[in-house]
Design a protein around this ligand. Structure first.
Ligand code: NAD
Length: 481
């Protein structure tokens, strides 16, 4: 237990994940012009809750180690996912909670950052045992007032999904019967359990929208030796879980990009002509592995994905994957940090010198928390988005189309008419809100990057975007004049 409390170092960089996040924060803070006291307050984790609880697994009791960290109370509720992994430790959860604060500020989601972690490998437990652990963890959070629609709102992360969120909601409602806003205590829930359409794929879809925007600037792409646009871009993906699978699939289907390499736990595969992600996911479900997928070659190690020649590398597994030991071998032109912290601070210096563009985690994977925010709003309003205006919009468009027909004397085909007169469904509004959020936030970060001559990378610019917004909350209160 003591071992997990100490700061685990990245195998090669000799700095922990939290140190790496704070090093990046300090690098940006120099350019912020903010007082040292205010910067120290923004950087500090406000509350750290360490939990140990017993759960009967088979005939034995296991003591489960878990955490919930609320990094910043400058806006409430706090918000952030819950991770299930055998590598969870306090340092990691603190790093992830810090990133959540900056992430929410960057995409204008009015929450402070938080994160939870349970130190278990989900593969080692049955569904019933996972349910038992999740419900007990939730009960511990309720006991200490670390969960609630206005307090702290968890969501899925590595190793968890909508199933776990449904268990959390059910446990919360058992304890808090009569709380009319109870559904807002957690997001990423199944749609029929007060969830929202479009949340499952939100992080991956957000990665796609961010890439569409980033690759749309002619001068930025020219500097990398690339054409504008996502069509034909050669992409490598590490991790085919929630974030990686949707990011890959949407880049392929909507962006017409080519996924040439994929890595999962069991190894990595390659096909220069492209790998069909939908079929690969079906294949893995049936065979339990991506290895052997028709038309692909198996690579030596699962880590080879990080060093393959490609236009865009999407690390979507865990932190510290690209470190000072392998950064010099990275051949991608753009790294889209779909995972949190996949590039260590030391590795970033090497990659930037090589001219690689790094689109930082706290911006590019913010699609999840953005749509979680929409879900929370839906829960508090107790109504599905689009319910009031869908039919009104449809009738208005129909009147307009009918008038055009009357004036021109020409008939518009039924298919075109349906397309032109459709009122927006919930999923349309969610996607529209997500796309607008990702585009606007990128433009804001890029503007800072272009305007401030001494800012040399997008991560520093993203931090400055966050610092501007968080500091204005404190300054408006008259704290740290
Ligand atoms: P997930 O558990 O759904 O998927 C992760 C996948 O990565 C798993 O399939 C796992 O087998 C694979 N993996 C683990 N180690 C690997 C390795 N060394 N090589 C190749 N594959 C490996 O998790 P997720 O929700 O997709 O999260 C992935 C990352 O994205 C995490 O860093 C998480 O914090 C971040 N993230 C997730 C969300 C979200 O909404 N789920 C939002 C923002 C950020």
């Amino acid at each position: 237990m003591a071992k997990s409390k100490s700061k685990p170092k990245s195998a090669v960089d000799h700095v922990s994940f939290l140190d790496s996040v704070n090093r990046n924060f300090d690098k940006a803070a120099v350019h912020s012009g903010l007082p040292a006291g205010l910067l120290a307050q923004i950087k500090a984790c406000n509350s750290v809750y360490q939990i140990r609880f017993p759960v009967k697994i088979g005939s034995e009791y296991q003591v489960i180690e878990a955490y919930r960290v609320q990094h910043s109370h400058h806006r409430l509720p706090t918000k952030g996912g819950i991770r299930y992994s055998s590598k969870v430790n306090q340092d990691e959860v603190m790093a992830l909670a810090s990133l959540m604060t900056y992430k929410c500020a960057i995409v204008d989601v009015p929450f402070g950052g938080a994160k939870g972690g349970v130190r278990i490998s989900p593969r080692d437990y049955t569904t019933a045992q996972l349910q038992k652990i999740t419900r007990r963890y939730t009960a511990e959070l309720i006991r200490k007032n670390f969960i609630g629609p206005g307090i702290d709102v968890p969501a899925p992360d590595y190793g968890t999904g909508s199933r776990e969120m449904a268990w959390i909601l059910d446990t919360y409602m058992t304890f808090k019967g009569g709380d009319i806003d109870a559904a807002g205590c957690v997001t990423g829930k199944p749609v029929n359990q007060s969830g929202i359409r479009g949340r499952t794929e939100a992080t991956g879809r957000g990665v796609y929208y961010a890439l569409v925007e980033a690759t749309s600037y002619k001068d930025d792409m020219k500097a990398l030796g690339l054409e504008t646009g996502m069509a034909g871009k050669r992409i490598a993906v590490q991790g085919l879980g929630n974030v990686g699978s949707y990011a890959a699939q949407i880049c392929q289907e909507e962006g017409d990009s080519k996924i040439i390499c994929v890595a999962e736990y069991e190894g990595s595969i390659y096909n220069n002509d492209g790998i069909d992600i939908k079929s690969l996911l079906k294949y893995r479900k049936k065979n339990g592995s991506i290895i052997g997928f028709p038309g692909t070659k198996k690579m030596k190690s699962r880590k080879d994905v990080l060093e393959i020649e490609c236009d865009i590398l999407i690390p979507a597994a865990l932190e510290s994957q690209i470190h000072v030991g392998n950064a010099k071998n990275v051949k991608a032109k753009i790294i889209a940090e779909a995972a949190n912290g996949p590039v260590t601070a030391g590795a970033e210096e090497i990659l930037l010198k090589k001219g690689i563009m790094i689109i930082p985690d706290m911006y590019i994977n913010a699609g999840g928390v953005t749509v979680s925010y929409f879900e929370w709003l839906k829960n508090l309003s107790h109504m599905r988005f689009g319910r009031m205006e869908k039919r009104f919009d449809h009738n208005t468009y129909l009147n307009f189309v009918n008038l055009v027909e009357k004036q021109t004397g020409k008939r518009i085909g039924n298919k075109e008419k349906d397309f032109l007169t459709r009122g927006a469904e919930e999923v349309d509004l969610v996607r529209s809100g997500l796309e607008d959020t990702m585009v606007t936030a990128y433009q804001n970060i890029r503007e800072i990057y272009k305007k401030k001559k001494d800012v040399k990378d997008l991560r520093t610019a993203a931090f400055l975007s966050a610092l501007n917004k968080i500091s204005s909350d404190y300054l408006a209160l008259g704290i740290f004049p």
